[in-house]
Write a protein that binds this ligand. Structure first.
Ligand code: PXP
Length: 241
């Protein structure tokens, strides 16, 4: 059964548009869990453009499922993670000017990652690396001591026709390789109610991290229904490939 971890950053983005109190991502978390999601994903960015420290610390107290904390591999984030103790930290590259995470972490060339991962492990936190679907990155993630990888599905999500097929194949091969190397496998970025039908077919993917499409749909149908509909799609299309 593929798990769904809902990224609530986009709720905080709307709040930050007015720098007010609504909508509160902490309230969203409770609805997401009631709807049956398996986890909550939050990205505490260095520039705090959406999720704030206060959100994360409140979630630490109320989340009943699991927190996946997306973060840049910095000293500041390490200290916060060791304090919050999420079930999992997903290390992502971060650029100040990007609208959203643009690509996977270049694990191959990033120095000090092994030591950074070891410090999170000492705090009892599982570590996932957000990577592009490339064999060399999967192997580097294994070497760095990660528990899991999150395969970046963003390029696939933006493709169509022949390119979409090529990108799907890259994801499939990366997932298979990661699984063969005994890494857990998650997937995310740009997944929506349409392309999830294809990605959910890859049985080795344990968890899907999805935010924008769910929060967007929630404006029309409500958050609970938006989450339930995604859970149902994952269930129906699971393992068909
Ligand atoms: N996974 C990672 C590493 C991300 O950075 C994001 C975006 O915050 C997501 C998953 C969720 O992507 P989306 O909001 O496009 O569903």
């Amino acid at each position: 059964m593929g798990r769904l971890s809902v990224n609530v950053d986009h709720v905080a983005t709307m709040r930050e548009a007015r720098k007010g109190r609504e909508p509160d991502p902490v309230t969203a978390v409770q609805i997401v869990e009631l709807a049956g999601a398996d986890g909550i994903t939050v990205h505490l960015r260095e520039d705090r453009r959406h999720i704030q420290d206060r959100d994360l610390f409140l979630m630490k107290d109320i989340v009943k499922t699991r927190i996946n904390m997306e973060m840049a591999a910095t000293q500041e984030m390490l200290e916060i993670a060791l304090n919050v103790k999420p079930a999992m930290s997903t290390l992502v590259p971060e650029k100040r000017k990007e609208l959203t995470t643009e690509g996977g972490l270049d694990v191959k060339s990033k120095s000090g990652l092994k030591e950074y991962i070891a410090m999170l492990h000492q705090g009892g936190i599982r570590v996932s690396l957000f990577i592009d679907p490339e064999p060399a990155q999967v192997r580097a993630a294994r070497k760095a001591g990660a528990d899991m990888v999150e395969i970046h599905t963003g390029i696939f999500s933006e493709s169509s026709g022949e390119k979409e097929k090529v990108e799907f194949r890259k994801i499939y091969d990366a997932v298979r390789l990661a699984s063969k190397l005994h890494l857990g496998v998650n997937a995310g970025h740009g997944l929506n109610y349409s392309n999830i039908k294809r990605i959910a077919q890859i049985e080795e993917i344990e968890e899907f991290s999805i935010g924008h499409s769910i929060v967007s749909r929630s404006i029309y149908v409500g958050l609970e229904r938006a989450v339930k509909e995604m859970i149902e799609l994952i269930r129906v299309y699971r393992g068909r490939y």
